[in-house]
Ligand binder design. Structure first.
Ligand SMILES: Cc1cc2nc3c(=O)[nH]c(=O)nc-3n(C[C@H](O)[C@H](O)[C@H](O)COP(=O)(O)OP(=O)(O)OC[C@H]3O[C@@H](n4cnc5c(N)ncnc54)[C@H](O)[C@@H]3O)c2cc1C
Length: 380
């Protein structure tokens, strides 16, 4: 058993840490305040190769699942908001194409992402949240086109995305067997961005309503086989779960670093607060939880490499634990900062807000517990 990263992974980690510390971290509070999506930063990240991570080599990709996990953690450590746009683009949103797309679709879309295009994954609807099988967006075939009609909500990067992967049903009476997956380019007539959510955190990235109103797309924008959309959606989510765990670890690491540094500087009762046992115990608990969260996360990434597919139970365990541990760690970080932790002068309140969503999207904590229990008990 070896708990060390390989030399190659260490070099990548060191490169991306420097990039994040120099380029992303200094801007993160500003993006949080202004809600501005940092298009220029995405271009810079693409220039240093960060948007090629995890794609197959034949389409210009580099690195493996662990490289992507490291990248997701480190970018999120700098900015949880940019982090989610980054990891959804490379993972969740592109998974349908990378895993099930035709060669032509891969050649058409992967190079655009490597150049810095943002992508969205549009599944959720008003009545299809945790219960994704309940979706209502319709599609119909008309000659060599498909026509899409329906509304998606809460779509990460929906306003910034150059294209989206999305899901619709041919006939609700077919249940999930009626689902198909599609890719839709921005600017397609009948496809528009609706309401933008006013969110608690991860500000620079939008959560948008996407409206498809008699939106016609070429038949070759169908991803995989017709009728396989439900499986394509679930596989995309299964494969991306570990990167949300990595996002939680990244935000928790940022909160932990800030809290330890502050505890060593801030003096009360004539000594640094780090000397008070109450603070020491919080720091010890944060360190243990952070380590456990990272180990579960990296194990799930490693298992994905070993098995050639995501490990359902271990990935759900990583996402569940890392997101809830990040909650506790960010809570303690605010506590260690005292009153200052509750102000916008310090970044820990942002970490606290950014972390919260990791317990909700890509399957709530309750859905992760359900997945874990079903794997253990063999129940459906
Ligand atoms: C900021 C943000 C970004 C998002 N990005 C995307 C995106 O890019 N693409 C996309 O498709 N979606 C996205 N979502 C949607 C997200 O995945 C859903 O919000 C999430 O899956 C939960 O669905 P819901 O909000 O409808 O909650 P509901 O499903 O209504 O759940 C409400 C509560 O009930 C619980 N619950 C539901 N069913 C059960 C059950 N059977 N047993 C026990 N408890 C249950 C849930 O755990 C939760 O606590 C995003 C959401 C947000 C807020």
């Amino acid at each position: 058993m070896n708990f060390e990263l390989s030399e190659e992974h260490k070099m990548f980690q060191s490169m991306i840490r420097d990039f994040v510390a120099n380029e992303i971290e200094p801007c993160a509070s500003k993006w949080d305040e202004t809600n501005e999506f940092p298009y220029d930063m995405v271009k810079k990240m693409a220039e240093v190769g960060l948007y090629s991570v995890g794609f197959p080599e034949q389409y210009g990709g580099t690195g493996d699942e662990l490289t992507f996990t490291i990248a997701a953690e480190e970018v999120s450590r700098g900015s949880g908001g940019l982090g989610i746009s980054y990891l959804v683009t490379l993972g969740l949103a592109m998974n349908p194409i990378t895993m099930h797309g035709s060669d032509e679709q891969k050649s058409r879309y992967i190079p655009r992402v490597i150049d810095g295009a943002t992508v969205a994954f549009a599944l959720t609807e008003a009545m299809a949240g945790s219960d994704v099988a309940n979706l209502d967006m319709r599609y119909a075939r008309d000659g060599d086109e498909f026509i899409l009609n329906g509304t998606k909500i809460f779509i990460t990067s929906g306003a910034e995305a150059e294209f989206v992967t999305t899901f619709a049903t041919r006939d609700r009476s077919l249940g999930h067997k009626g689902f198909s997956a599609f890719v839709v380019d921005k600017g397609t007539p009948g496809f528009s961005v609706g309401k933008l959510e006013d969110k608690m955190g991860i500000h620079p990235t939008s959560a948008a309503e996407l409206v498809f109103d008699n939106c016609r797309i070429p038949a070759d924008n169908l991803i995989g086989e017709e009728g396989k959309g439900f499986r394509i959606a679930l596989e995309a989510i299964d494969a991306s779960r570990v990167t949300i765990a990595a996002q939680a670890v990244g935000i928790a690491q940022a909160a932990y670093d800030a809290a330890v540094a502050y505890a060593k500087e801030r003096r009360q009762f004539g000594v640094e607060i780090a000397r008070h046992q109450g603070i020491q115990f919080m720091i010890a608990d944060m360190a243990v939880e952070l380590d456990a969260a990272r180990l579960l996360t990296y194990r799930a990434a490693w298992l994905t490499e070993q098995q050639g597919r995501p490990p359902l139970k271990e990935a759900a365990m990583a996402k569940l634990y890392a997101s809830e541990a990040a909650h506790r760690i960010c809570h303690k970080a605010v506590q260690i900062f005292g009153g200052y932790g509750y102000t916008r002068e310090f970044p820990v309140e942002r970490f606290y807000r950014d972390q919260r969503i990791t317990e909700i999207y890509e399957g709530t904590s309750e859905m992760q517990r359900w997945t874990i229990a079903r794997q253990i008990t063999g129940t459906r």
